[in-house]
Ligand binder design. Structure first.
Ligand SMILES: Cc1ncc(COP(=O)(O)O)c(C=O)c1O
Length: 396
């Protein structure tokens, strides 16, 4: 691929460089260091999101939000699920939540309130997920994906071994952070069959679902409903629409499970602010335009990064099916130092470190490619040259 010429037509918003330095992705970094680790897009949100907030705020008011969220926002999310995933939801199958991680904690604590074990699918596991889950369950089993060429696959034998009558929750992150792997429909159905057999609930984080670059993503709740398996699926617009700072999300499940989780807390903890709900409506307004333009940018960024780094023999790459992160194993022996720290010290590029994922390792890096073409090309070339110089110095 020729990155100069084969990129899709420029779209203004995806080439506006460095407008988002003042966000959580950048906090704590020394001046001059570029952040390419945290899961946040560098781009500003679609102007339609802000337009909706300015034009409609007076209509929804500024009072406390309803427990389950505004009916009109829930309706907008239902139409988004239908439009993007052909996923038909009834309005009582949807509630607004303050954040996805908050909702994971709420579901796990409510479901495990009288004990039980959790099976987590996918290895490594995002550190925050592992911390939340292990706080509520003394027994957490992690089922690995097995590597086949540049892809991953669920090892069904390990899954069958991990699940028992003590399993209360099977947690899936689909698309997976950090590998970007999307479970196939067949894999989701296999998980569903086991969940049904042992009466376990499936908890699925689908925050990167609409950034599917492979045409593989299938919403779990859609399949589980058909199979008669209990499932809670969580998502938000934050990661995909560059609005992480609004802090909101939504939960999809059957009304009984939603009520059970709500009544466990006995207080209105769920919905996020009215302003954030309005921003979600704005994301729905511009979803088609935004995703139609963003996906090819991410697709090309991903391919550029992979083609260049594939030249480095000591790097094991997995091509992500979705999202804007890639997870790389650096096959180095001898020294035990953290690769991301070495790169940060040498190149002033802050990558995601393997130590933020369970089981903590220092020879994995996560690179966020949700950035402008110019930034991506410059930084990935430096990372490429770093590995060439570090591990394959030129013979004199
Ligand atoms: C897969 C995944 N889900 C959820 C979150 C966090 O979501 P929220 O900010 O809504 O809590 C992250 C953050 O990096 C993530 O990677």
């Amino acid at each position: 691929m020729d990155p100069q010429n084969d990129w899709p037509e420029k779209w203004f918003y995806f080439n506006e460089d460095w407008c988002r330095r003042n966000t959580g992705k950048w906090f704590g970094l020394k001046p001059g260091v570029t952040s390419m680790g945290i899961g946040e897009l560098d781009f500003p949100p679609h102007p339609g999101v802000l337009k909706r907030i300015y034009s409609d705020l007076h209509n929804i008011g500024t009072g406390y939000p309803e427990d389950r969220g505004l009916d009109r926002t829930i309706q907008a999310i239902a139409s988004f699920q239908k439009q993007i995933f052909s996923h038909e939801l009834t309005l009582d199958e949807l509630v607004i939540v303050p954040r996805v991680t908050f909702a994971i904690e709420a579901v796990i604590s409510a479901i495990l309130s009288d004990g039980g074990e959790v099976v987590v699918i996918g290895n490594p596991v995002y550190g925050r997920f592992y911390d939340i889950i292990s706080r509520f369950s003394k027994n957490v089993s992690v089922v690995q994906f097995s590597r086949i060429a540049d892809k991953l696959a669920l090892d069904m034998a390990s899954l069958e071994q991990a699940i028992s009558s003590r399993t209360k929750v099977i947690f899936i992150c689909n698309p997976h952070n950090p590998t970007g792997y999307c479970l196939s429909q067949k894999e989701i159905e296999s998980i569903g069959k086991l969940a049904k057999l042992y009466d376990a609930l499936i908890l699925s984080d689908e925050i990167y679902g609409c950034l599917d670059l492979s045409g593989k993503f299938v919403p779990s709740f859609k399949i589980m409903k058909r199979m008669g398996v209990r499932c809670v699926a969580l998502s938000s617009f934050g990661k995909a629409f560059a609005v992480n700072g609004f802090q909101g999300g939504y939960m999809m499940s059957d009304p009984d499970t939603i009520n059970r989780i709500h009544s466990f807390f006995k207080r209105p903890v769920f919905a996020t602010s009215r302003l954030t709900q309005l921003s979600m409506e704005g994301c729905v307004d511009c979803a088609k335009d935004w995703l139609t333009h963003l996906r090819p940018v991410l697709y090309n960024n991903r391919n550029y990064l992979h083609e260049l780094l594939a030249e480095i023999d000591i790097l094991d790459l997995i091509l992500p099916d979705a999202g804007y992160s890639t997870w790389i194993h650096v096959r180095k022996s001898g020294d035990n130092s953290d690769v991301s720290e070495q790169i940060s010290d040498t190149l002033n590029i802050q990558l995601g470190s393997g130590k933020y994922f369970w089981p903590k390792t220092n020879n994995h890096i996560r690179i966020n490619f949700g950035t402008s073409k110019e930034n991506l090309m410059g930084k990935v070339k430096s990372i490429h040259d770093y590995f060439v110089n570090q591990y394959f110095p030129k013979r004199r």
